[in-house]
Design a binder for this molecule. Structure first.
Ligand code: DSN
Length: 414
């Protein structure tokens, strides 16, 4: 970043520190990843300068010949990747994408049904203090208290009782596979629209490591920066009959000009995800999470649902007598980044919850495999067993850095 170093040393220095943090640390936040250098270049490209309200071929300003090409390319690649009828690549991020679906397909006051946030849902799936909760009647379903998994019979019962207009499946802290067909059958019984929020698992679906909701669901939203490994942003996919309503809801319903630089980067990321190597990546993410979970279980960790089928692991630390917040802070000192998280039926508060959430998308991008997962689990166990000893944690941080130096982050020189 030679220009930035000359023109604004303060910001350049902060970015240098962050670059080192990302290169030297173990990134386990399951919603994060490392975008490729090509994705970053498109994100920082000259499309930053352009406005393009409207859609390809139907814009409100001039000078659209190249923007149209790049947006159409992003749409075509996304359609191929997910095998869907219609794609809108303009949503700024996951929350605006979900909001656009509600705005386009619902009336204020309609009933929506999603997994409760403290059971692994998302704020936009009906949290009472969010826009979704304030605008719609929300009936939240829960995971089963015994198994920590979705109980489709209980979900069906709730749907029959509350008759939602929209049923949402797709989560931020649920470590198991989702039975899309079972959701569709419930939705058909009550006449609901189905929305899959696949933000966390989009890359696993694109890489065929997880089943797709596309054959069953009406609308699918996703961010583009998690397992899909693109720029920060989102998209909405849907069946043809919802296309017009979705497009109108995004623009002019909720947004003005799309971020064309991000659109270009989405096109690059979808192109990367169409390569055979992305399938290998997606499968390795799942294998790594499984190995990490198994080793944590050997160390006596209590994992919600007993393990994982996807990229993430949710550990309830109650048996370790360490609150999630304390664990997160101790692991930060050991060079391991993850997040404190509520666990289902958590007696503690979201600011000071019982659990931690971790995942393998970013470290798999670095090329780490099963043997490294065992080391990562051992680091976590050691750090938490010695969480009050700063010298011990600093020693682990050095070991983490050594391990990470063998697995460079794409686009960052260690
Ligand atoms: N912030 C994302 C996550 O960490 O799961 C959800 O939007």
């Amino acid at each position: 970043m030679p220009s930035l170093h000359t023109s604004d040393k303060q910001v350049a220095d902060i970015l240098d520190h962050e670059r080192k943090r990302q290169a030297h640390g173990m990134e386990l936040i399951p919603s994060e990843n490392y975008a490729s250098q090509a994705v970053m270049e498109a994100t920082g490209s000259i499309f930053t300068n352009k406005y393009s309200e409207g859609y390809p071929g139907k814009r409100y300003y001039g000078g659209q010949e190249y923007v149209d090409q790049v947006e159409q390319l992003a749409i075509d690649r996304a359609k191929k990747l997910f095998n869907v009828d219609h794609v809108n690549v303009q949503p700024y991020s996951g929350s605006p994408a979900n909001t656009a679906v509600y705005f386009g397909l619902l009336e204020y006051g309609d009933t929506i049904m999603g997994l409760k946030l403290d059971h692994g849902g998302h704020i936009t799936h009906g949290l009472p203090i969010s826009f979704s909760g304030k605008s719609f009647e929300c009936t939240g379903y829960e995971v089963d208290k015994e198994t920590g998994m979705l109980n489709m019979d209980a979900i069906r019962e709730l749907a029959l009782k509350t008759k939602p207009k929209l049923i949402i499946a797709g989560y931020t802290a649920y470590p198991r596979k989702i039975d899309w067909k079972a959701f569709k059958e419930i939705a058909d019984e009550v006449g609901a629209i189905t929305m899959a929020d696949i933000a966390h698992i989009a890359g696993l679906i694109a890489g065929e490591a997880h089943k797709s909701p596309v054959p069953y669901f009406d609308v699918i939203t996703t961010t583009t920066h998690k397992t899909l490994r693109g720029p920060r942003g989102a998209m909405i996919m849907c069946k043809k009959k919802f296309a017009k309503s979705i497009d109108r809801a995004v623009f002019p319903g909720l947004q003005g000009g799309p971020h064309d630089n991000t659109t270009a980067a989405k096109a690059v990321a979808f192109g990367e995800a169409l390569q055979p190597s992305f399938k290998e990546y997606a499968h390795q993410v799942v294998k790594n999470a499984h190995t990490l979970a198994e080793r944590l279980l050997e160390h006596g960790f209590n994992l919600v649902s007993g393990g994982t089928d996807n990229h993430l692991i949710l550990a309830d630390l109650t048996n370790k007598d360490i609150p999630g917040k304390v664990a997160q802070e101790a692991l930060d000192k050991a060079g391991i980044t993850l997040n404190k998280n509520t666990v289902p039926f958590d007696p503690r508060s979201p600011f000071d919850p019982s659990g931690i959430r971790m995942g393998t998308p970013a470290i798999t991008t670095r090329g780490m495999k099963e043997p490294e997962m065992k080391q990562v689990a051992d680091f976590i166990n050691d750090a938490l067993n010695n969480h009050t000893d700063d010298d011990y944690l600093a020693n682990i941080k050095n070991k983490v850095k050594d391990l990470c130096s063998n697995f460079p982050v794409p686009g960052i020189d260690n």
